[in-house]
Write a protein that binds this ligand. Structure first.
Ligand code: 5AD
Ligand code: SF4
Ligand code: FES
Length: 347
């Protein structure tokens, strides 16, 4: 196989067959070239601006029991918390003061936040002229509709893996069908929809990762966030191997080649494995960073996986840190809300 030709084809046509994706993900020698092609496509389609999204982790209480996740309901070791409405609004106002144009409201599947409570919070945040991304798990069509009407613009819900059997084995009590239903309801309601997967799960061959990429392309995802699976000692997968940084990086590069217009974050989980990972990801196709704006001990308690970065840093420090790094590689911090671009779709 001529890998150089393959990368060229992906850069020009944004199309690859599953077997071609597998070949590229497996070939370590061409990783650099793959990342460079993705970096060029990123420049042409979404430009040099990096969008910063302020992340508010507003509750780590979750009714689900995903085998990989530290917030799973059976984990008795994690100290649970739920922010008050006043705290959420305070963190959102601070995100605004740091210049972030979007807040990402993320939590476990915490049943305390009824439609009434959360809609009220969303309406207040909306008055601050911020774009709002929700990341709160599986809800009904009616609930998604209510949140959209209250001002949510975007929604993140990872498919985690497109292997139905693996999905249902890793997420006891959850169904792959319902996950798909969530994605299609959100799209139908006019949200910008973000999804993504975990890279390096147990029993997840490269072929399965290739199918994930084709799935994101098929549903025309507006955003795709991926990260390496990092085994958590307080979960049933404590002895699993975990994903590698390099595989996650190639996955990001292929995402950009196949979905040239998508917003693609350089994720915190990647940085857990390599201290410069977010910058490397930004130079391999990514164009978004989600700095944490949650304050104090909440950061440590929102423990999806071990080794999470920035747990002792303040939001102000992270703002300066990440901006400095982004500018040092010659990129700009966006001053816009950073919706998914469609302008270049005929390219
Ligand atoms: N390693 C990496 N990412 C994880 N997530 C949950 N647990 C882990 C882990 N152990 C990710 C899931 C989820 C997101 C909020 O966090 O992909 O969608
Ligand atoms: Fe809950 Fe999400 Fe963790 Fe699953 S991945 S246990 S739904 S917080
Ligand atoms: Fe938090 Fe660098 S982004 S310390």
């Amino acid at each position: 196989m001529d890998y150089h030709e393959l990368i060229n084809k992906a850069e020009q046509t944004h199309k690859l067959a599953g077997s071609e994706i597998v070949a590229l993900l497996k070939n370590e020698e061409y990783q650099e070239e793959l990342a460079q092609a993705a970096d060029r496509v990123r420049h042409v389609f979404v430009g040099d601006e990096v969008h910063l999204r302020g992340l508010i982790e507003f509750s780590n209480i979750c009714k689900q029991n995903c085998l990989y996740c530290g917030l799973r309901r059976d984990n008795k070791k994690v100290e649970r918390y739920r922010l008050s409405e006043a705290e959420i609004l305070d963190f959102a106002a601070k995100a605004k003061s740091y210049g972030y144009k979007t807040v990402v409201m993320q939590s476990g599947e915490d049943m305390h936040f009824s439609v009434d409570i959360l809609s009220r919070v969303l309406r207040k945040i909306k008055k601050m002229d911020l774009a709002i991304t929700l990341s709160i798990g599986e809800k009904t069509y009616e609930e998604y509709k209510a949140y959209k009407e209250a001002g949510a613009d975007r929604y993140l819900i990872r498919i985690e893996t497109t292997d139905r059997e693996l999905y249902e084995a890793l997420n006891p009590g959850m169904s792959f069908e319902n996950r798909l239903r969530c994605l299609s309801d959100l799209k139908r309601l006019g949200y910008e929809v973000g999804t993504g997967s975990l890279v390096g799960l147990p029993n997840q061959p490269i072929e399965s990762l290739a199918r994930d990429l084709l799935f994101f392309q098929e549903i025309d995802a507006d955003m795709v966030g991926i990260g390496p699976f990092i085994p958590n000692g307080d979960t049933p997968l404590h002895n699993a191997k975990g994903g590698s940084f390099l595989l996650a990086r190639s996955f990001v590069a292929l995402l950009r080649l196949l979905l040239p217009e998508a917003n693609i974050p350089a994720t915190t989980a990647m940085e857990t494995l390599d201290r410069n990972a977010r910058i490397i990801a930004l130079q391999s196709g990514a164009n978004v960073v989600m700095p944490n704006v949650t304050e104090g001990d909440y950061r440590r308690k929102y423990a999806l996986y071990p080794g999470k970065i920035c747990i002792s840093d303040t939001p102000a420090h992270c703002r300066g840190c990440i901006s400095g790094k982004i500018m040092a590689i010659g990129r700009k911090i966006s001053e816009h809300k950073g919706f998914r671009c469609h302008a270049n779709s005929n390219k």
